[in-house]
Ligand binder design. Sequence first.
Ligand SMILES: NC(=O)c1ccc[n+]([C@@H]2O[C@H](COP(=O)([O-])OP(=O)(O)OC[C@H]3O[C@@H](n4cnc5c(N)ncnc54)[C@H](OP(=O)(O)O)[C@@H]3O)[C@@H](O)[C@H]2O)c1
Length: 251
Amino acid sequence: MTGASSGIGRAIAVALADAGHAVVLAARGRDRLDAVAAELRARGASVLAETCDVADPAAVERLVASTVAQFGRLDVVVANAGVYLRRPAHELQREDFAAMLATNFWGTVHVAQAALPHLLAAASGHLVLMTSFDAKKTLPHDGAYAAAKAAVAAWAAALRQSLRGRGVHVCTVFPGRVDTPMCDPIEVPAISAKIPPERVARAVLRALRRRQAEVIVPWHCRLLAWADTLSPRLGDWFVRVLGIDGRSRAR
Ligand SMILES: NC(=O)c1ccc[n+]([C@@H]2O[C@H](COP(=O)([O-])OP(=O)(O)OC[C@H]3O[C@@H](n4cnc5c(N)ncnc54)[C@H](OP(=O)(O)O)[C@@H]3O)[C@@H](O)[C@H]2O)c1
């Protein structure tokens, strides 16, 4: 479980622990990671907490190796670590794309590639790839972030098909706005109100049971995707008129 020290990752880790899984928590910072590890141990879970930067493929290989050494196998791999950048699309610089791709795209690929040999050898398990609803309908300030998330979504769709019949379930998760530190700096209208991270976690656990290909949460995000499929300008209109892009909070 990467990005396990905060927000959605923490909520999924708690849900997996409560479902009886031993959980491996990973993030860059030690303090928040240890706090989540203590919380899970207090709930009776077996926990390993490792610092790891998902942008570094060697660090991710070490994380997977220590997971397998400690627990013998991988059942559910959640590539959730992510970072956000809010900037109008026309002002984005090369460095902005590089930063988003390094963690949100390459970080996800590194986790999946390190885990897949183990999942395929066992012909079982779940690979959960966290993207964003932004990858379905991109908001004006989310160009670099969503480009990386859309790249994950495209790759995940290919992976799901190429692994068909091999026993490994690939699930792509597209949350709308979620009430986590990542989303703190943004004020959003009621129509795209932030949902609790626990709601995403419940949807992910349900998707594991049902072996769903995709999770879109909250459900009503689909309305915007459908409008956008009918006509991108209609999708743009909904974003503009309903103020879905939100506003940066005054600091
Ligand atoms: N919040 C939303 O509205 C929303 C909506 C759609 C999708 N998502 C996606 O959901 C995922 C979780 O987001 P969140 O809202 O829970 O954010 P968050 O509360 O800011 O948590 C992000 C987590 O990722 C870790 N992380 C960041 N960069 C990392 C790196 N290079 N290597 C390893 N860990 C890293 C962070 O810990 P360290 O900083 O200590 O590494 C933290 O544990 C992200 O992929 C995000 O894009 C969020």
